[in-house]
Design a binder for this molecule. Structure first.
Ligand code: ADP
Ligand code: MG
Length: 340
């Protein structure tokens, strides 16, 4: 049946465009946490704190001691497609920062109340931007940036309905923190959930942090992998096949420091474990894959948890063999204690 009336084609208002885009970037409070933590890392922070209230729905605060944002640029931070991280196609193709789309703060601001307080090294004091009003005021604060997000989805009740209980959302937020922390052992993280401090992941190298992230059981039952071939490097901790799990809830894959989900590589690791583990069980592992940024594309989805490899089959084969070799070594009779 043909429509009897039609409306003229018209560009959508900016705020509505951001609200539509926010559906992809800000799925739940944990997505906000991930984006804010990534911004803090891109800012070169050495300490990052996360505070959440009511599962992050009521309040999320991420504070860092990074380079900060100059007062003159503060109003630009929550603008859609405004970024300090890339400026050209060439830079996009070899991007090394976690962010580059200039979308997160804009999306968050469209579905929550956002404020950004920041101070650069050469500023006499901090400045605070209220993204709703665009007002900027002098504020207290040391060098770095504090971003506060209040009342997520308050204005979009349809989305709010999809949220789970606060405890579940809080668990997702803390999982987002864990994912980031595992990839950045040099950064100190602290978290407070509804006023209670969350036990932090220990400082030290990525190995200590990975083991803490996997769980105490794995401390004496793991293998290290560190392999390099053809410009690819794989480092990580492989949980012993005997400590397999019913769910694949302790598998952390990073590509150039970015947490990703990759079916192909997940499958390669699974295959490498396959002759030591039952098919319906899951291994626990933390793997960091490093390669030339121009050989991998993170610009697949706004949440950037998917990547595309220029040569996927070479990467898959490398990961499979590196993991298999490391696991086989563990089974050599005179191989010493697990985990070296
Ligand atoms: P992107 O990270 O893709 O650039 P965002 O919307 O997340 O986009 O952030 C926009 C800009 O705001 C960033 O490019 C950066 O310049 C600035 N910014 C955001 N968070 C921070 C932070 N914690 N420290 C310093 N600058 C920040
Ligand atoms: Mg960002």
């Amino acid at each position: 049946n043909a429509p009897t009336t039609r409306r003229p084609i018209a560009p959508l208002p900016d705020r509505l465009i951001s609200q539509i885009a926010a559906g992809e970037v800000v799925e739940r409070p944990a997505s906000v946490v991930k984006e804010l933590l990534e911004n803090a890392i891109d800012a070169g922070a050495s300490r990052i704190s996360l505070r959440i209230e009511e599962g992050g729905v009521r309040r999320i605060v991420v504070a860092d001691d990074g380079v900060g944002i100059p007062a003159a640029e503060l109003p630009l931070a929550p603008l859609r497609h405004a970024t300090s991280k890339i400026a050209t196609l060439d830079e996009l193709e070899r991007v090394a920062t976690l962010g580059f789309r200039g979308e997160a703060l804009a999306s968050i601001a469209s579905v929550a109340r956002l404020s950004v307080t920041s101070r650069t090294a050469d500023a006499g004091h901090a400045w605070k931007l209220d993204a709703e009003t665009g007002e900027i005021q002098p504020a207290a604060g040391a060098r770095g940036t504090t971003i506060e997000v209040l009342d997520l989805y308050a204005a979009t009740p349809a989305r709010r309905k999809f949220l789970k209980a606060p405890a579940t959302e809080a668990a997702h937020c803390l999982e987002a923190l864990r994912r980031v922390a595992l990839a950045h052992p040099d950064i100190g993280f602290e978290a407070v959930n509804d006023g209670r401090a969350v036990e932090p992941l220990p400082a030290g190298g990525w190995r200590e942090r990975a083991l803490a992230g996997l769980g105490d059981d794995y401390k004496s039952a793991h293998r290290l992998v560190d392999a390099e071939a053809g410009g690819l490097r794989l480092q990580g901790v492989l949980g012993a096949p005997t400590l397999n799990r019913a769910r694949a809830d302790r598998q952390f894959l990073y590509v150039n420091g970015r947490f990703v989900r990759d079916r192909l590589l997940g499958y390669a690791v699974r295959q490498a474990y396959s002759d030591m583990m039952h098919g319906d069980r899951h291994a626990a592992w933390v793997l960091h894959l490093w390669l030339d940024p121009s050989l991998v594309d993170a610009n697949v989805h706004p949440a950037k948890t998917e990547v595309r490899f220029r040569d996927a089959s070479a990467v898959r084969s490398f990961v499979f063999h590196a993991v298999q070799d490391a696991l086989r070594e563990a089974h050599r009779p005179a191989g010493g204690s697990a985990g070296q």
